[in-house]
Design a protein around this ligand. Sequence first.
Ligand SMILES: Cc1ncc(C[n+]2csc(CCOP(=O)(O)OP(=O)(O)O)c2C)c(N)n1
Ligand SMILES: [Mg+2]
Length: 331
Amino acid sequence: MSSTPITKDTYLEWYKSMLLMRKFEEKSGQLYGQQKIRGFCHLYIGQEAVIAGTMSVLEPEDSILTSYRDHAHALAKGMSADVCMAELFGKETGCSKGKGGSMHFFSKEHKMMGGHGIVGGQIPLGAGIAFAEQYQGTKNVSVCFMGDGAVRQGAFHESMNMAMLWKLPVIFVCENNGYAMGTSLERTTNMKDIYKMGSAYDMPSEPVDGMDVVAVHTAMDEAVRRAREGEGPTFLEVRTYRYKGHSMSDPAKYRTKEELEEYKGKDPLISTKKAILENKYADEEWFKEVDQNVKKEIAGAVKFAEESDYPDPSEIYKDVYAQEDYPFVRG
Ligand SMILES: Cc1ncc(C[n+]2csc(CCOP(=O)(O)OP(=O)(O)O)c2C)c(N)n1
Ligand SMILES: [Mg+2]
């Protein structure tokens, strides 16, 4: 039984938020080609239903963490397209003051706890945030996303063990898109059902269709309920697909066109639009309006980023360590 009902508004919000993510990233890819965005840049296009189906269950006080493929998570958590685009441009108005770039989006205010470049680095942090919430007696949960490559890290297992031991309010979400850079899951493991790894810790675990936003919402709803009620963590293996290469320099030659087309046939934006029209939740006019609003929002974000300044060189050591007087910081 779903405790967070799926209503007309849920569908409309899903569509609007997924369109914003998709268009933001398409624009980012284009700007990267023009060298306006430099450095690392990993696109999430194709995986949008995972974060959209999560956000329809969470409260603003809940935390999320993810890997370097973090643009959509930040937007979904309510960070503005302006501060996200400015961060991609390396400008001082960016969400990490222009010093984090694509892989390190962060906002304490929105409880978006990063953007982590080290594969699996966010997993112990996700458990740690859940520990802090439990210690302080809140009902907040921590949702920790990771890739299929990250479950091969020791830190994953250590975090799973402690989270289960202490019944922490954390939901571990493996976004299994089938590849870690150019290496397919089949080439890295004998055990392809990643969700079964939870059974080593007796943790409730299940596979979820990540191209289906309703399926993600439903699984997440139960996991969040369990966490809030003190029943402990859940591990979800959400099966999804990235349409683009690993990063901007990856032509993705390790997979077939047919495989890509198969997933594009399950595109969450198309299926959500279809459901909205079939249920008469909105008409074509509404879609046109949403499309125009998203385009405007992104054009505004690009203008904001272009017109912002780069951080002053004197800022280089600032915010790098929690303590400003950390011994390595020599003003
Ligand atoms: C500890 C560590 N080892 C290696 C790398 C290099 N690296 C960057 S991304 C990546 C693949 C991770 O794949 P996955 O976890 O499936 O996430 P996806 O990119 O598919 O979202 C690797 C090996 C790294 N950043 N950190
Ligand atoms: Mg992967």
